[in-house]
Design a protein around this ligand. Structure first.
Ligand code: AMP
Ligand code: TRP
Length: 322
């Protein structure tokens, strides 16, 4: 299996979009690292008490997925090499290329009161990845451009200072790379959307999940068919159901074709509830055992340090700091 690195921000609560687009593609493998990127969460305004709690619950989720056993789970700020390499990459990245990042364009461009960190955050992300010599970065579609910037940085560094970094590639699933909002199927489902009905949280109970899916915005007409352009709402629900049930989109569309949106949504809700429940229960169980969380995170930190320290040393020697 290829060595992988990926990260998730402990900003707000984890959504079904995070799970389908990213987490479910994170494989436990002894060479892979999965990170709660808490320093990324500082790029937008935050509340200390909330952040502290979200770091904990996000870590518990990664551990509940079993990623702390076969691979390594750690918290970004526990390994200071990330911030140190980020400064070096800040001095090698260019204003022009960062200005082209679509995420910055949509969240910050033209505003004077956004943080400088929001602008440079792709270079912190590049540091996360490059410290671990990984080949693959499993992410959702929205992070593809940031992984490509990471490749560019690695190639530029290697050609100027010698072959230090492994050049990584994004790994993006064909289906579910962009789960859409339940309120507006033309926008992605996002943790930071203030409308709670736009997103399913992995901490949601059965009633909340059913209600959100039953009130999801669907399209005109009443035929259940997969057509992301003409029927984005129905197609989004079909993708979600297909991924979580393992049944093909075609088979699901066929079964519900003439049954109307009501019956279709009840079917989708059942599938989502069945997929989320065991995860939620595992996370809740683990949160009751803080010592176990700490133990696994410390193991992850130590393993991460064993990779990150020598890598940063190599970088410093290559650029002339040592
Ligand atoms: P974030 O919530 O920005 O920390 O994202 C963590 C991971 O989830 C990244 O790999 C994202 O690409 C992925 N992700 C976030 N939202 C979605 C979505 N709506 N559909 C698919 N993947 C997503
Ligand atoms: N920027 C990513 C996001 O918002 C999170 C992230 C930070 C990440 N560092 C990473 C993802 C390294 C993959 C690899 O979703």
């Amino acid at each position: 299996m290829a060595k992988a690195f990926s990260g998730i921000q402990p900003t707000g609560e984890i959504t079904l979009g995070n799970y389908i687009g990213a987490l479910r593609n994170w494989q436990p493998d002894p060479g892979s690292f999965y990170c709660v990127v808490d320093m990324h969460s500082l790029s937008q305004p935050w509340e200390p008490a909330e952040l502290r709690e979200n770091i904990r619950s996000t870590a518990a989720l990664l551990l509940a997925l079993g990623l702390g056993e076969g691979s390594h789970v750690f918290v970004q700020s526990h390994v200071p090499e990330h911030a140190e390499l980020a400064w070096i990459l800040n001095c090698l990245g260019r204003m022009g290329e960062l200005s082209r990042m679509t995420q910055f364009k949509s969240k910050g461009r033209g505003k004077v009161d956004v943080s400088v960190g929001l602008f440079t955050y792709p270079l912190l992300m590049a540091s996360d990845i490059l410290l671990y010599r990984v080949e693959e970065v499993p992410v959702g579609e929205d992070q593809k451009q940031h992984v490509e910037l990471t490749r560019d940085m690695a190639e530029r560094f290697n050609s100027r200072f010698g072959p230090v970094f492994t050049v990584p590639a994004p790994r993006i699933a064909k289906l579910g790379a962009r789960v859409m909002s339940l309120r507006n199927p033309l926008e992605k489902m996002s943790k930071s959307d203030p409308d709670p009905n736009s997103k399913i949280l992995l901490s949601d109970g059965e009633d909340a999940i059913s209600k959100k899916i039953m009130t999801a915005v669907t399209d005109s007409g009443r035929e259940v068919a997969y057509d992301p352009k003409e029927k984005p709402g129905v197609s989004n629900l079909l993708e979600i159901a297909s991924i979580l049930s393992g049944e093909s989109v075609a088979a699901l569309a066929e079964r519900y074709r003439d049954q109307g949106y009501g019956a279709f949504k009840r079917g989708v809700a059942e599938i989502v509830v069945a997929a989320v429940r065991p995860l939620r229960e595992k996370v809740e169980g683990l949160l009751e055992d803080p010592a176990e969380i700490d133990r696994q995170l410390e193991q992850g930190r130590a393993a991460a340090e064993r990779e990150a320290k020598p890598m940063l040393g190599q970088v410093k020697r290559a650029i002339g700091l040592v």
